[in-house]
Design a protein around this ligand. Structure first.
Ligand SMILES: [Zn+2]
Length: 238
């Protein structure tokens, strides 16, 4: 892995000149994750996933974009940027990578609310760069079997594995969808995308109380294995 923020310019230019490099941009959020997880949870998890992936594949790791689109958590705490802002940041960054002769970019996403922005960004950048840039955006939770949650078993377990900043004594059961039919779940998801506190009451989707560090390590392993397979099978060399 080449973590670009700690490199010196001459060295970095040499590395880029020697071989076609692939860049990784992690994108997270700052938002409430219940009373027991830090507001940086999505950014922390996606940073770890992107770091591990970059280590395995020897990619160029960029600093995490810590802010995301999290307005749906209001009135609970969130620091949010607009979809158009996130889109501009990522577009500018990818074009800047191209100007530095880096033509393949993986955007690794850690927050559900960023997905709208990321949906067409690959095609838009392909057009803007006149086919010189290949961008792939991947959300980490698509690479695990378990269902995505928010401050629930999955996120809490992963955080126990990577952070010292988890307060299990404060963990409370949130919205649990067991026993609900798909229609009911869909309508709760729609409500959550507009107002997460209204849908979940306490800001948690899932039940974090049985989360463990061991489960977190297993889930991370599974994500990394599947993500590595995915990026290895993409036609990413320009
Ligand atoms: Zn989260």
């Amino acid at each position: 892995m080449i973590e670009i923020k700690s490199h010196l310019d001459p060295n970095l230019r040499k590395i880029i000149k020697k071989k076609n490099q692939i860049a990784v941009i992690p994108v997270g959020s700052i938002e409430q994750h219940g009373p027991h997880l830090p507001i940086s949870t999505d950014s922390d998890i996606v940073t770890e996933v992107a770091r591990k992936l970059s280590e395995k594949k020897n990619f160029l790791l960029l600093p995490t974009i810590t802010y995301g689109v999290s307005f749906e958590h209001t009135p609970f705490f969130n620091l949010s940027i607009k979809e158009s802002t996130l889109h501009s940041i990522l577009t500018d960054l990818c074009l800047s990578l191209l100007a530095n002769n880096i033509k393949t970019v993986f955007i690794i996403n850690g927050h559900y609310g960023n997905q709208n922005t990321l949906r067409d960004i690959d095609k838009k950048l392909q057009k803007l760069s006149k086919n010189n840039l290949k961008v792939f955006s991947l959300s980490y939770w698509h690479f695990m079997q378990r269902e995505f949650d928010h401050g629930g078993f999955v996120e809490t377990s992963i955080m126990l594995a990577i952070s010292k900043n988890v307060k299990m004594k404060l963990a409370r059961k949130g919205l649990v969808t067991d026993g609900l039919n798909q229609q009911q779940i869909n309508s709760l998801e729609r409500l959550a995308s507009k107002s997460f506190p209204k849908a979940t009451k306490n800001g948690i989707w899932g039940d974090p109380r049985k989360a463990t560090k061991r489960d977190g390590l297993l889930i991370l392993d599974e994500i990394l294995r599947n993500l590595e397979k995915k990026v290895s099978n993409l036609p990413h060399m320009v």
